[in-house]
Write a protein that binds this ligand. Structure first.
Ligand code: PDD
Length: 285
């Protein structure tokens, strides 16, 4: 079991990169987090599509195609030889002058980190986690669009710090107009009177791959699911809340701002979707 780092096609045990890389200096980079099941990357096509879309959105040209990424992932996963892996694919603007102008960066750097996956502890799924509605806002879509997965996560880091100070494990952010968006590295769903609700993309959030799968599963299994805009306070009326993401999968929320959500235990809709999503991942292979 090991951590391996692929740097522009070469595999290393450890890696130092230039302090003049604009990914380091300005967060000028894009990235994806992928997990494996049976040591095969899950939903890889979707992650690569989003990586290329994010790069395009910041005018960053990735000089490789999907085939190249597939090959690099295969050799890096082979070298790491983990039971299951966490994969982080990062493309930075590359090395340039020490000023904000990206035109001095001529060659993007592509870094693929493969390490043993650290799953969330089982009690999180059995009992649910605590979240806080924080004061830090998710960016407006015409600022740094949250639907572009860049390496600039300071907004979310600040939200997470605020949540931790409030004794919660994660934060829920609203947009500048007070409408619900998402968690710091996950999408938000809530249940009211049996209906599943999730903020729509126009609220300013990442179009999560797990979110997309959960929406599809909900429809296929006869749930009423709605994407829309809801003010932050509406979350206090929820019977159930859950978060979705590549590493979290479907994670129940038991407490919001220190108060129990519904019964204070994972509710029936959340439990059903946790099961359905678990089955879907197994069916991918
Ligand atoms: N984060 N929203 C944000 C802000 C995210 O960073 C993520 C993923 C998601 C969920 O997307 P997906 O279902 O495609 O993983 C939503 C990854 C896991 C991370 O940065 O670690």
């Amino acid at each position: 079991m090991a951590t391996k780092i692929n740097f522009n096609g070469e595999i290393h045990d450890q890696l130092s990169i230039s302090v003049l890389d604009h990914g380091f200096l300005f967060g000028d980079s894009v990235y994806e987090v992928v997990c494996t099941f049976n040591n095969q990357p899950c939903f890889l096509d979707k992650h690569l599509d989003r990586l290329f879309a994010s790069a395009k959105a910041i005018s960053l040209n990735i000089p490789h195609d999907n085939e190249w990424f597939l090959e690099q992932l295969k050799v890096t996963l082979g070298a790491a030889d983990n039971d299951e892996s966490y994969i982080r694919i990062i493309v930075t603007r590359g090395v340039g002058e020490i000023n904000i102008d990206p035109s001095t960066c001529h060659s993007p750097n592509i870094i693929i980190i493969v390490m043993e996956i650290k799953e969330y502890p089982e009690p999180c799924y059995e009992k649910g986690i605590h979240v806080a509605l924080v004061s830090i806002k998710r960016n407006a879509r015409d600022a740094l669009n949250p639907n572009v997965k860049t390496g600039n996560y300071l907004n979310n880091v600040l939200a997470k710090m605020e949540a931790n100070k409030l004794g919660a494990q994660d934060a829920i952010m609203v947009n500048p107009w007070g409408y619900l968006t998402e968690g710091t590295t996950s999408n938000l769903f809530f249940v009211r009177e049996g209906h599943i609700l999730t903020p729509s993309l126009d609220c300013g959030l990442l179009s999560g791959i797990t979110r997309e799968m959960v929406i599809q599963l909900s429809k296929e299994n006869g749930f009423h699911i709605e994407e829309g805009q809801w003010p932050g306070e509406e979350l206090y009326e929820a019977d159930e809340i859950f978060l979705t993401g590549t590493i979290k999968r479907v994670m129940p929320v038991s407490h919001l701002d220190g108060r129990p959500v519904g019964s204070g235990k994972p509710g029936p809709v959340t439990l059903k979707l946790m099961r359905l999503y678990g089955d879907l991942i197994k069916k991918q292979l």
